[in-house]
Design a protein around this ligand. Structure first.
Ligand code: ADP
Ligand code: MG
Length: 388
């Protein structure tokens, strides 16, 4: 289905489920992180972009204080009173859309005094593939409620609302990157985000003019220790910062690494070195994009992968193989993306070699006896917007 069809289908499904027309249809995209991994909670830099996979929210206000949500994703219809909504009563998928209402309440909106709403959700963002279907659903609902409740919150504020919903209503300890990309993204551009100041800039990717595409290789691997591994990496980063007497690793530069090696154990040092060099790589990527264009960033993506593999130790054999096979087939740079211990790799690939990369990566996985990966391209796209 193309995206216009998704929009009209969302409106039709809303009519079907709720017996009246929606006030409108809003959509928000998933995202891919081009570079800057595990830097967000170290107050560093990230460079994600919004993708051409979106989530649609058809929304209609009600005369009472009730909120109802439905989704093509699930049979359940979930209903709450807005005045009563809280993290304690939310669970399952509806915690994402209803968590947005709760988080708006935490931002000073009087929920008891607001009109209730019906929402119907549909999406073509694959769930759990590391493309942030979670931020897509949050941001689609956030811009819809912002408009219908006439809140006029700016997008950085809505990003924080989305993060609060995900952290507290869903209970996932994530940073602000995903919501920022989904709300601020632009066609053929990335969102350069400083996770300390929360300032962001749009950076031209120029993939189209250079004839480049991003190939996603979803390994379908998800390790049970991913959550534990994530917590352990965060703890190492905190330990490293404490040993250096700084508030966060954002305050450590490449020139400080020699000293760092002397005041911590080798494992903590390698964790710190990943964060410090990864921040430098994000800055180098932004500079290269501005000064030389996207053909100049391949090596930086490669170096990021090596750092995650050897220093941060969050890669897995499937991701390493995806990267090696994509490079061998003609990608100009490749790296795992996301939290690690599974998930997806990205490969920056000349358009005429996409088919080659796809078939060679699939063949390499088959030969290694790994489960077949899902391989597809994504295009840097516009952020959240009203569709109808
Ligand atoms: P991802 O990497 O895709 O963001 P998450 O685990 O963070 O993975 O979020 C996925 C969860 O978000 C799903 O399990 C579901 O609860 C919710 N979700 C995502 N898309 C939808 C949708 N279209 N309808 C209902 N819930 C959704
Ligand atoms: Mg998510």
């Amino acid at each position: 289905m193309n995206h216009d069809d998704f929009t009209s289908q969302a409106a039709a499904d809303f009519l079907d489920r709720f017996g009246r027309a929606a006030d409108g249809v809003w959509s928000a995209p998933g995202r891919v992180n081009l570079i800057g991994e595990h830097t967000d909670y170290n107050e560093g830099f990230v460079l994600p972009f919004a993708i051409d996979r979106r989530t649609w929210a058809a929304v209609g206000l009600r005369d009472d204080n009730t909120a109802r949500v439905t989704s093509t994703f699930s049979e359940d219809e979930v209903e709450v009173e807005l005045a009563q909504v809280s993290p304690e009563i939310l669970d399952g998928w509806s915690a994402y859309p209803l968590g947005i209402a709760w988080a708006l309440g935490e931002n000073g909106i009087d929920l008891a005094g607001q009109a209730g709403f019906d929402v119907h959700i549909s999406s073509d963002v694959p769930v759990g593939a590391g493309l942030s279907s979670s931020a897509a659903i949050e941001c689609a609902v956030a811009i819809a409620l912002d408009e219908r409740w006439q809140l006029e919150l700016d997008r950085p504020t809505l990003a924080r609302v989305g993060q609060l919903a995900e952290n507290k209503a869903v209970g996932a300890p994530t940073g602000i990157m995903d919501q920022s990309a989904s709300l601020l993204g632009r066609r053929d551009s990335a969102v350069f985000l400083d996770c300390r100041s929360l300032r962001s800039e749009i950076v031209d990717l120029g993939f189209q003019a250079a004839g480049l595409e991003i190939v996603i290789i979803d390994t379908k691997v998800s390790h049970a220790h991913a959550t534990g591994g994530y917590a352990a990496r965060r703890a190492s980063c905190e330990a490293g910062a404490a040993a250096l007497g700084v508030e966060s690793l954002r305050d450590v530069g490449v020139a400080d690494l020699d000293r760092a090696r002397e005041v911590m154990d080798d494992e903590t040092f390698r964790r710190v070195r990943h964060i410090v060099t990864e921040n430098a790589r994000v800055l180098a990527t932004v500079r290269a994009l501005r000064e030389s264009g996207p053909l100049a960033i391949g090596e930086i993506l490669d170096a990021s992968h090596v750092s995650m593999r050897d220093d941060f130790e969050i890669s897995v054999p499937e991701l390493d193989l995806a990267v090696v096979a994509a490079r061998a087939a003609g990608a100009i740079g490749a790296r795992m993306t996301g939290g690690g211990f599974g998930g997806a790799a990205i490969a920056l690939t000349p358009s005429h070699l996409v088919a080659e990369v796809t078939s060679q990566v699939a063949a390499a996985f088959a030969e290694a006896g790994y489960r077949a990966p899902e391989i597809f391209t994504v295009t840097p796209s516009d952020g959240a917007k009203r569709e109808l």
